[in-house]
Design a protein around this ligand. Structure first.
Ligand SMILES: *[C@@H]1O[C@H](CO)[C@@H](O)[C@H](O)[C@H]1NC(C)=O
Ligand SMILES: *[C@@H]1O[C@H](CO)[C@@H](O)[C@H](O)[C@H]1NC(C)=O
Length: 457
């Protein structure tokens, strides 16, 4: 029992003794370092004892999120975790003399900081502020803060919406040359990519990789040190496929299908114009999305070509309804049109116009025969009249009926001829229509293959 008591007593005394010997706070360290009040010696000059010695700034960047990528203004808004460390040769202490305190937090504006900035920065958006730095006993200062960066980025939208973008974040100083400040990356490309993947927030953009490059650029005969973080991101195209590409494809299919609406009547024309209106709405959306850069996205080219052939097919429809109208007013098809369309074009397209021409020939032959008969028979009653003036009443009546019949027959032949001419116009219209349809399909096919090839590679 007494042994226990003695043990506790000795312990208590020992504890009390140490406490009275070494009680220290962060304030003691700061007091010792002279950073409790504004100290120009610490805030205004680069903290090296020998001016020829450059300060090495180690930086590390982890990409946290792509908040926005504005295709029109070509501006990338990203959120990164930024870490920077450098050595301050004036701020060192011995942890042993301060109860083992090896690092303290100090206010941001109490010490000198390198003037690091992002070269591509367009404006300074509100970033969360971190008011403290950490200072280690060997003088190493660590700064960690999240920053929102709005930077310019040259977008390559040729393959939109299947595009991959590369954007640079270049960290460097504006004032200090390489004799004063050398910026070096803390971790290499694969480490940065790995750590970024772990915290990256999902968005419209998938994170490909982050490349880290460091180099010295020289301008005005001086050298500046910089570190480039090249971010490669890939667009998730699903939204654009659903909202843009699929509707455009369907409209083109509908427009092709409308070529099979009968030529007669104005229905086809009205339908086609409605389709073109729908298509131009899609074009407006596309125009809204993309910027006016030197390369046009292949999707835009596709839409433009589709619009052009849609309009050509509208003109074709107008032309064909005009031809059908002509067939009613001017039954004869001009000879050159007959030769070019019914003979050559129909031959190339392998459309069988032989039926039409043959029936034409038969018709013409029949008409010729009929007219000759009419002529002969028209003469006949006259002869009869001369020969037999004393015909009975019945015979006279019969002759009159015959004449009437002949008149009707002639009329019928005439109208048949007209019909045949009409069907010739129809044939011309049909051949031209098929020609446009084939051109249409060919163009759509070629441009479609081109677009798919461009997207795939
Ligand atoms: C990004 O940096 C790399 C490396 O210096 C350079 O080759 C590339 O042209 C830069 N890209 C842009 C868009 O400035
Ligand atoms: C930049 O120049 C400094 C000083 O001349 C040199 O130490 C450093 O290695 C250079 N950095 C690169 C990436 O060339």
């Amino acid at each position: 029992m007494t042994r226990w008591l003695v043990f506790i007593l000795v312990n208590y005394v020992a504890l009390g003794l140490t406490a009275s010997q070494e009680t220290c706070s962060y304030w003691d360290v700061m007091n010792n370092l002279n950073i409790t009040e504004a100290n120009p010696r610490l805030t205004s000059v680069r903290p090296v004892t020998d001016w020829k010695e450059p300060s090495i700034i180690r930086i590390d960047v982890t990409l946290h999120a792509i908040l926005d990528l504005d295709e029109k203004l070509q501006i990338l808004t990203s959120l990164v975790r930024f870490r920077m460390s450098w050595k301050n040769q004036f701020l060192t202490w011995d942890p042993q003399s301060f109860c083992g305190i090896s690092s303290i937090s100090i206010p941001v504006d109490s010490v000198w900081q390198p003037d690091l900035s992002v070269a591509e920065m367009t404006e300074d958006p509100q970033s969360p502020t971190v008011p403290f730095l950490s200072l280690s006993s060997d003088g190493t200062i660590n700064l960690r803060k999240p920053i929102r960066i709005m930077s310019t980025c040259n977008l390559d939208i040729y393959k939109f919406p299947f595009d991959t973008q590369k954007c640079n974040l270049t960290f460097g100083t504006y004032m200090h040359t390489v004799q004063d400040i050398i910026v070096v990356p803390k971790s290499n490309s694969s480490a940065v990519t790995q750590s970024s993947r772990e915290i990256y927030a999902k968005s419209e953009w998938l994170l490909g990789k982050v490349d880290v490059l460091s180099n010295n650029i020289s301008t005005e005969e001086k050298e500046w040190s910089q570190v480039i973080y090249q971010i490669t991101i890939q667009r998730v195209p699903l939204l654009y496929v659903i909202n843009l590409i699929v509707p455009a494809g369907f409209l083109v299919i509908v427009d092709v299908a409308s070529m099979f609406i009968p030529m007669e009547g104005g229905e086809r024309l009205g339908f086609k114009i409605t389709v073109v209106l729908g298509f131009s709405v899609l074009l407006l959306i596309l125009n809204d999305l993309l910027s006016n850069s030197e390369v046009t996205p292949i999707l835009g080219v596709f839409c433009a070509v589709c619009l052009v052939i849609m309009i050509i097919s509208i003109i074709d429809s107008i032309f064909i309804s005009y031809m059908l109208h002509l067939s009613a007013v001017r039954p004869d098809v001009p000879q050159w049109l007959k030769i070019w369309v019914l003979k050559h074009l129909a031959f190339i397209l392998r459309i069988d116009t032989a039926g039409a021409t043959e029936s034409n020939a038969v018709g013409v032959r029949n008409t010729d025969k009929a007219t000759s008969v009419v002529r002969k028979e028209a003469d006949m009653p006259n002869r009869m009249c001369f020969q037999k003036e004393h015909d009975s009443v019945e015979v006279k009546l019969l002759k009159k009926v015959l004449l009437e019949l002949l008149m009707i027959r002639r009329h019928m032949i005439m109208s048949k001829r007209e019909d045949e001419a009409k069907s010739e116009w129809h044939m011309v219209a049909f051949v031209l229509d098929r020609f446009i349809l084939i051109c249409y399909l060919l163009t759509v096919f070629i441009i479609l293959i081109t677009v798919v090839v461009v997207w795939a590679f």
